[in-house]
Design a protein around this ligand. Structure first.
Ligand code: A4P
Ligand code: MG
Length: 180
């Protein structure tokens, strides 16, 4: 546990064995794959996320969301809570292997994708390396991430802001002041 996660106590209520890590994973899809629609791909991703060494502890409802960025197709988005012995960089490897299994190709940033898996939160707090930043930097700004995450982890605290996912989702949904 690092300092930030200790400061923001009261995170997760999932039963925890000492060597188990808990992750929140964001799931997005906006491309067809062999006749499967994005929503079906997200369903299949839940199955892949429940394959050893990963155990799917919670799955959110799947929502449809308008694309952020250049892609024209709407997305299916969801979130999952995963329990696993894998440490963060090994967990990222595992998520990228699942993306590859779904024929994801990295055409361009924010382009259409069959499956995008983002590491949103980790029970150990924060990670910052060349390959990996946790919490995911865009987590706090994106309704399509926070809405499903709030449904399955309302009390999990962001280790930097110390706000719960419920508070972050509520804050994002508030009307913002307009500048004249
Ligand atoms: N990386 C660093 N931190 C992380 C992390 N916490 N989780 C690195 C996952 N990866 C992380 O990611 C690029 C590199 O980021 C990885 O190699 C990894 O080492 P990527 O998935 O290959 O690239 P990307 O997804 O195209 O870029 P990026 O910036 O991750 O995009 P986002 O933030 O995932 O956004 N609109 C809607 N409605 N719904 C969506 O789901 N998604 C995006 C993509 C855009 N618009 C969207 C949606
Ligand atoms: Mg990504």
């Amino acid at each position: 546990m690092n300092k930030a996660s200790t400061r923001c106590a009261g995170r997760a209520h999932w039963p925890r064995e000492t060597d188990q890590q808990i992750y929140a994973v964001g799931i997005g899809s906006n491309r067809l794959l062999a006749g499967l629609r994005p929503r079906d791909i997200v369903q299949q991703a839940f199955r892949a996320l429940d394959t050893r060494p990963l155990r799917l502890a919670e799955r959110s409802p799947i929502i449809a969301s308008r694309p952020l960025g250049p892609s024209a197709r709407s997305y299916a988005n969801a979130a999952a809570i995963i329990v696993t012995p894998l440490r963060p960089h090994a967990m990222l490897d595992q998520l990228q292997a699942i993306e590859r299994a779904f024929h994801r190709r990295r055409y361009r940033r924010w382009g259409a994708r069959t499956l995008d898996l983002d590491l949103l939160l980790w029970s150990g707090g924060a990670v910052r390396s060349k390959r990996l930043t946790v919490p995911h930097p865009a987590l706090v700004d994106r309704g399509f991430v926070l809405e499903p995450l709030r449904a399955i982890a309302p009390q999990w605290r962001h280790p930097v802001t110390c706000l719960t996912m419920r508070q972050l989702a509520f804050r994002l949904a508030q009307p913002r002041p307009t500048h004249r």
